[in-house]
Design a protein around this ligand. Sequence first.
Ligand SMILES: Cc1ncc(COP(=O)(O)O)c(C=O)c1O
Length: 376
Amino acid sequence: MPAEAFDPFVYAHARRREIVWMSQNTNHLVPPGPATTAVREALEERRYEGYPYAPGLAELKTLVLADLGLPADLGCIVSAGGTEALYMLARALLAPGDEVIASDPSYLIIHKFIELSGARPVPLEIYAPPYRLTADRIREAIGPRTKMILLIDPLNPLGSGYPPEEVRAIAEVAKDHGLWLLNDITYRDFADRHTLAYPFHPDRTLTVWSVSKNCGLAGLRLGGLAAPADVTKAVGRFNTNDLGVNILAQVAALADLRSKSTWIESVRTTTRHNQATIRAAVESTPGTFLPVYPSQANMFAIDISATGIAPERLQETLLKDDGVFVRAGNYLSPKFGGRFVRASFSNPPEQVAKFAAAFPAAVDRLRAGAVTPRAA
Ligand SMILES: Cc1ncc(COP(=O)(O)O)c(C=O)c1O
């Protein structure tokens, strides 16, 4: 009988207390007090017995828009993670034959949603400096079927951030051509500075937000879409969560957003420190490099192509032999995924130090052909 393929997620979830989780850009640095207190109170009140107010807690929407500096009267959909908002807007705004200018590498789940709507992502290759899209390349790629531009800023997986003048220029290209601008800002709070596209193209910018990464609430599944009210109304027609989003997630997000100003700087300081730790480990490992440094998100792509090692093998030995979970690049790029692993670093420094010690040794083991990762 053929051996079953190794599933890193089955392996890692079964050992989740021992594993250093650097594979999903989750944030393990937010003080747990505000969210756990709010959830505990909601549990004691047994708020789970009733349906939540279907459109989402009004104060949550107010706080989200205020946190982003967006107008208070903008439409705001609260959904089960940014993921659900991305799905809804693709269904609502794209039709068969439409094209969406995107990138490779990218967060490919969005491309999948584009395809489910019958439309086609047109990925521009960005695995070379400046490791992001430019307004000029987007303009050249626009064709008669182009309907939308996907601007993920900061970008998963490379960690590139867009300078203010480039955000403005891309928004102006979208405006000049009457295109939707999908501005996915999931990682905004990790950046040194960040510019929203909305002010430059207010009628057609779709700002997809999430509390998974900035507030460290990925497991609660909460995010959404901010856009003009007529747009959120049109997108909301595709809302399958008609009875509202999990109330525990909403109260946790409220508590974290209310207290964010007291802890976000410390998250940023720690992630900057962790970036330096990872850079030192990568620099000490021949054949590997960081395409983008510093990262404006909470993750690096680490290029290992010159080692000749397949990212999946490195992922497997780091997980099984070192207890460190990073992600092979094929999940993020059909074309370049064989060149890198992605490692996130919004983790306590001692966990990142564990990665830093394990990474050079794991590359050495594989390079020497000395390792077949231990059987699960
Ligand atoms: C670029 C990007 N957008 C959206 C999401 C989805 O986030 P969530 O559904 O947890 O809000 C992710 C998750 O990793 C992401 O990387």
